[in-house]
Ligand binder design. Structure first.
Ligand code: GDP
Length: 296
């Protein structure tokens, strides 16, 4: 893991060997490399600055251990701090018992992978013995309704839609009634997205949130988008008090900086990562694996 950074640090920290304690001065070159690596991983700048300050404060004054290469010692501290910043990890969907209907509200910008992720969660729930119902509440994009039906057919999961309806709140409420009739125990609401955060979208989501009372509200964020991911997570969280974030497109070459930035800025746990277009490409989020990936 992170061999390139480790190599750079080994040479930057060579002079630390035999020094009694770590200090800001004797770690400077090494920490610059760490900072560069975090920025390359697309961790947002204010988060990098805060992280570097925390790590420096923790490291300064530490004894240089005789048993370890000094670079390993500092990398260990950095790795642990990254893991801490992305925790505590909470992968649970906090489902109610099967005799009740748990409502999961999915939101996110257009193209983030929201509809696909509804399918991925539906599949995962079905595999675990649940009976999900997916709801086409994205009335913004007519194709989104078709897309969800196609996914539902592929997975053998019921989809509720009402093409004549203009109000997504009505669609969601009707869907909840339908869930009871069908004996579904989890309802997944696929809400509308936009290209950018705007007041109309947020107003619509807040109405669904208030009137349909979902148990969990999850934001789907494109993990490749770096700073934009942080900005949209902040805006959605302010409007909806999110319960979790799902980072998609982590199969690409994104180094995963969005994970730490989103968690640090919103405090909302990352629940899952999307690792491909297929409906089985959803993994639980692991802070330790992501820390390794962020370090490169
Ligand atoms: P929505 O507009 O947010 O509902 O986004 P879609 O679900 O339609 O997804 C947009 C595009 O991203 C589609 O081409 C999906 O196949 C793709 N996509 C979604 N999740 C992932 C993922 O985890 N990895 C990759 N590589 N592509 C994804």
């Amino acid at each position: 893991m992170f061999e390139a950074l480790q190599d750079g640090l080994t040479s930057a920290f060579k002079t630390l060997r035999g020094k009694g304690k770590l200090s800001e001065a004797n770690m400077r070159d090494g920490l610059k490399l760490v900072e560069k690596s975090l920025l390359e991983a697309d961790v947002s700048f204010p988060v990098v600055r805060q992280f570097m300050a925390d790590v420096t404060e923790q490291a300064v004054g530490e004894k240089v251990l005789k048993s370890l290469d000094p670079s390993q010692q500092v990398v260990g501290l950095i790795y642990q701090e990254l893991v801490n910043m992305m925790g505590p990890v909470d992968n649970s969907l906090h489902l109610l018992g099967k005799d009740q209907v748990t409502v999961l509200m999915m939101c996110g910008l257009q193209g983030s992978g929201k509809t696909t992720t509804c399918g991925k969660l539906g599949r995962m729930l079905k595999e675990s013995g649940r009976k999900p119902l997916m709801v086409a509440a994205d009335l913004q994009r007519p194709a989104a309704i078709d897309q969800l039906h196609v996914i539902g057919e592929q997975l053998g999961i019921e989809v509720f839609s009402d093409r004549g309806q203009k109000d997504p709140v009505t669609v969601c409420n009707e869907a909840l009634k339908q869930a009871k009739k069908l004996g579904a125990d989890v309802v997944i609401l696929d809400t509308a997205g936009r290209l950018h955060v705007d007041d109309e979208l947020m107003g619509q989501l807040q109405r669904i949130d208030r009137q349909c009372n979902p148990h969990q509200a999850y934001l789907v964020v494109d993990g490749m988008t770096g700073q934009d991911a942080v900005n949209s997570a902040k805006a959605f969280n302010e409007a909806l008090e999110l319960d979790g974030v799902i980072l998609t497109k982590m199969d690409g070459d994104a180094r995963g900086g969005a994970a730490i930035s989103v968690k640090h800025v919103t405090g909302v746990p990352i629940k899952f990562i999307g690792t491909g277009e297929h409906l089985d490409a959803l993994e639980e989020f692991h802070a330790d694996r992501m820390a390794g990936r962020i370090l490169g």
